[in-house]
Design a protein around this ligand. Structure first.
Ligand code: DOR
Ligand code: ZN
Length: 350
């Protein structure tokens, strides 16, 4: 018997589309499954003003395959020099849904990021005033801090003081990877939520390092010990409205991942829902999936939930492809070569 699951159309609250050829190659994978996505601004150069955000949105919309309805929700890349009034205007004009804090040097294209949150205090005040969400890459970057501790240290040194200082600011702690991240969000006010990626629900650090280095399991923040993965699984499947879906799908060419200095990022967009569902099913928590995928995110952002529904089916099919070809070269997806039990079976009209 085929087992099916029908839920309200979901959204992806953290996503990298890139630009140019890569953008065109990846947009359809997300637009097929999701109604909206929060699009990260870490292009080269980054999306730091309203004109760049509006232009990038147009390029994304032009790349959406015919017949798919998809709304990109744009983010403003914060730098030490961001003008608070530019952020206010971008939000008022409906160009920017959120702004993104990358600590300088934390990850891909974060060199122009923020060197000290004190430098964006005036921007954050405006965001708190207008109810605009701050998306946070939560890792300190000091070389003396071990990479596996960078999220926990960020909570203590940056995030706790920040939200104590600006309690009205709405913060999404992006792609949390640790039990400390889970506990922090659970104990914080209703203004604090978190996204959780599929890879951090599936992988611990052994998956990246045992039996050889596995560059396709490498992303930032890096996967941690098993106890942390288990804390994330508990949080995602708990039904708590503080946790919601954000894939952090981050395509890089295979050649850039399989390199002496491999890029961080996992391309999970082609089978994102399937990946999450494997975890929810294993936890006997399929009844919690709709909240995580389709309700908690829009509720936190103050946006309407999507109309319409999608159906997923549990049945035997082909393994995930070893790669997707682009004109720049192959990109390897998350779960390449694996068989996933659940399959996206299409959209039902709203
Ligand atoms: O693994 C990651 N890849 N983490 C990030 O924070 C950025 C992303 C990217 O843009 O490649
Ligand atoms: Zn990201």
């Amino acid at each position: 018997m085929t087992h099916t699951l029908t839920i309200r159309r979901p959204d992806d609250w953290h996503l990298h589309f890139r630009d140019g050829v890569m953008l065109e190659a990846v947009v359809g994978h997300t637009a097929r499954q999701f109604a909206r996505a929060i699009v990260m601004p870490n292009l080269t150069p980054p999306v730091t003003d309203v004109a760049a955000g509006a232009a990038y949105r147009e390029r994304i919309l032009a790349a959406v395959p015919d017949g798919l309805e998809f709304t990109p929700l744009m983010t403003c890349y914060l730098t030490d020099k961001t003008d608070p009034e530019e952020v206010r205007r971008g939000f008022a004009e409906g160009v920017f849904t959120a702004a993104k804090l990358y600590p300088a040097g934390a990850t891909t294209n974060s060199d122009s990021g923020v060197t000290d949150v004190a430098n964006i205090r005036a921007v954050l005040e405006v965001m708190a005033e207008i109810g605009m969400v701050l998306c946070v890459h939560g890792e300190v970057t000091h070389h003396a801090i071990d990479i596996f501790d960078r999220e926990a240290v960020f909570i203590e040194q940056i995030l706790e003081p920040l939200i104590a200082d600006l309690p009205d600011l709405k913060v999404v702690f992006e792609h949390i990877t640790s039990s400390q991240g889970v506990a922090f969000v659970e104990n914080a006010s209703a203004n604090i939520a978190a996204t959780i990626t599929p890879q951090h629900l599936h992988l611990n650090r052994n998956a990246m390092l045992v039996g050889g280095m596995r560059p396709h399991a490498y992303c930032l923040p890096v996967a941690k010990r098993e106890e942390h993965r288990l804390a994330l699984v508990r949080a995602a499947t708990s039904g708590s409205s503080k946790f919601f879906l954000g894939t952090d799908s981050a395509p890089h060419l295979q050649s850039d991942k399989e390199s002496a200095c491999g890029c961080a990022g996992i391309f999970n967009a082609p089978f994102a829902l399937e990946s999450y569902l494997a975890v929810f099913d294993a936890e006997n928590a399929l009844d919690k999936f709709e909240g995580f995928a389709s309700e908690h995110g829009p509720d936190f952002y103050g946006l309407p939930r999507n109309e319409g529904q999608i159906t997923l089916e549990k049945r035997e099919t082909e393994p995930v492809p070893e790669h997707f070809m682009t004109s720049l070269g192959p990109v390897v997806p998350f779960h390449a070569g694996d068989r996933l039990a659940w399959h996206f079976a299409g959209q039902l009209p709203g």
